[in-house]
Design a protein around this ligand. Sequence first.
Ligand code: GMT
Length: 397
Amino acid sequence: MSSLGVGIACFPTVGGSGVAASQLAMQLAARGHRVHVFSSAVPVRLEAEGPWTVHLVESSPRPLPGAATAPQPLARAMADVSARESLDVLHVHYALPHGPAALLARERLRGHGLRPPALVTTLHGTDVTGLGDDAAARAQVRETVLGSDAVLTPSAWLRRRAMDMLGLPAHVRVDVLPNFVDPQAFHPLENGGGEVPALFPALDWSPQRRPAVLLHASNFRPVKRVDDTIRALAEVRRVRPAVLVLVGDGPERPVVEALATALHVHDAVAFVGERHSLGDLFAHADLFLLPSEQESFGLAALESLASGVPVVGSDVGGVAEVVTQGETGWLVPARDPRSMARAVLSLLADPARRQAMGRAARASALARFRPEPIVQRLEALYRDLLARPATGSTPAR
Ligand code: GMT
């Protein structure tokens, strides 16, 4: 089949939407498509050089709903590259500011008598749930959805929220296309090297005496409630030795560090900063913690499952569509670190059960979230859109 020209717009920073978009870019390029990525820096999980082209374009940082006017440089770059490279599809990840920029780019192309690429928008989470009472931003997201040829969400939960919060008429079609995980990049490791022990050199890491290792990775935004991992750790340590490895960085980090000191667990917490790869850390982890207040999907949880590490997380948003209660992890109410600690202790107290959950986690990630079938569905959608007659401003299907 002929290759497609696909433009992908995303944030470069650590965050699920940029990671999902980068992985998609790599998968599409590996399948022979011509991939052009628009971002303000090279996205964290994407190499600058590869069988894709990264266009570095000034854009607004996220999430900045109030200031989310269509960034002109991004719109210009999308229009220029679409015309020059004959792009078939513009696929924007996270509605603002990418959606309005893509709409503007399409207008420009039409103004020059050119058929614009089809527009696919993936809503990722806070671009819908974080709108609050910002009427202008809500109107822009709604306009993006209505001006797109196809709209996707990673979970059924976010699909319902988007229909609701954006007041979309019932005929507007929003499809669920889950995020995927590369099972080669994230897989169980028997021996993880010495990285986690080296983070806590004063502890005894002999097999019978090693502390439990809890892992969390996020962009430390308030919605992630990283402070609850510290509260949960403090509770767990009342009962048994445990350490916590925190991956990532962001606005909440000083709060989290201060809390670790206040609760006297600072020595049992390692802040390792942002990481390109978590493989070795997962190899040591007994459990992954995801205490988020809101999560449309939970890509980090999926990476944990693929690595064979069960997840203890908040039962919010679309997390239950990723983590199966009692089989691949345990979900507790959000903002309840005591319940989280109880779930952690109960799983740690039964190593055979925790290991069985780890195996089930890997099997579930392979069965439900492998890249191939998900990317194939997307390719079919792109081709379906191209087969349609060009219209002025096509409403979402
Ligand atoms: O959650 C974040 O801080 C990052 C955010 C993003 O847009 O980059 O993630 C959202 O998209 C991810 C990929 O689809 C999902 O896995 C996350 O659950 C979602 N975050 C929220 O809904 C809070």
